[in-house]
Write a protein that binds this ligand. Sequence first.
Ligand code: B12
Ligand code: SF4
Length: 347
Amino acid sequence: MKELLRQRALALGFAACRCTTAAPPESAARFAHWLAAGWHGTMGYLPRQAAKRANPALVLPNARSLVTLAAPYATGAGNADPAADRPAACRGVIARYARYADYHDVLGVALRALTDYLNELGGPATRSLWYVDTGPLLERDLAQRAGLGFIGKHTNLINRRLGNWFFLGEIITTLALPPDPPERNHCGSCTRCLAACPTQAIRAPFELDARRCISYLTIELRGSIPLELRPAIGNRIFGCDDCLAACPWNRFAADARLMRPHARPDLAAPDLLALLALDEAGFQRRFAGTPLQRTQRRGLRRNVAVALGNTGDRRAVPALQKGATDPDPLIAEHAAWALAQVRARTG
Ligand code: B12
Ligand code: SF4
């Protein structure tokens, strides 16, 4: 049954499919410690669902197995120098994973089909739930135990054959599937990801202070971005890839088979001035169905203001002056900060 499931997963476009038991993840205690330290910042859903994350049996009663799947999203840049990802002034950078239609939707279609297939194989008593990202599971820990890859020092899962540019999805099920052997860590003495991080968010190997991570600051944080972290954000307006791009295992980065038909190359280097000027209808036209919906127009314009401040380009002055009088105090404050940055640089 497991082999049939694996073949169907590959046919649907996943690059790897492994199984583990539904026993609590080994890092549950580390997760509790991380929460206690407050490193999750304002992501209140993490402590709210902490008990479930520490015990998959609370997610699905009588759960016995977990199927874990990898869907690559490499954009073809392989292991390029992170600096090469930074285009010219007045252009922003969107993290690679977000240069596609929303992966929750794309993977959701494939995961639903695979879950239906698994339930068919298992018979009428089988219960299964699928998740991608939003489920109350410690996805990377479970995937490591299933042998799908190992948690790197940047805290993301690395597969020796696929590199680290891939999403994770899971099916949790009442079926008993034979578990695959776990993977062990292969980082060795490499610390390139720690050195690459612009904000020193990776405090120690495997320990990420999310409150400093540019991905958190530009996507999850709703309010004001701490002043001391703004310069390090550079022209990243949604997410960050620097620690992932630094990983040497990406020389094996795999083809984004499942995601490729949903690529949005227009999101690679967007014009910051055009983004700052977007009204709500314009935002929806450009970003409906993409991961950028998460920040909404307000969060994106806040990020764009910071990026324009960091480019130091005089051409941004009129737009930032207008932004500084925006009726939304969040936008006005970030635009005023950016204006001061540009003026300080250009005199
Ligand atoms: C919250 C969250 C975030 C937060 C916090 C990140 C984090 N590292 O936890 C923020 C917003 C910062 C974030 C950013 C990103 N995220 Co995110 N995120 C999540 C989410 C929803 C939960 C993660 C979680 O539970 N964190 C809890 C903390 C405690 O985890 P942790 O710090 O990594 O510590 C764990 C392990 O490292 C381990 N551990 C700790 N110490 C040690 C020591 C040793 C020796 C070992 C072996 C293990 C170990 O135990 C801890 C407990 O689980 C998951 C989806 C999910 N449900 O799992 C996606 C997820 C992790 N994110 C994902 C992605 C793609 C990203 C970004 C790359 C997006 C981007 N380009 O901007 C960045 C990467 C930043 C980074 N370096 O991690 C993918 C990762 C895929 C993969 N290959 O691993 C996931 C799995 C979503 C998905 N389904 O694809 N994310
Ligand atoms: S995503 Fe960027 S800011 Fe976050 S840990 Fe990695 S390099 Fe640092």
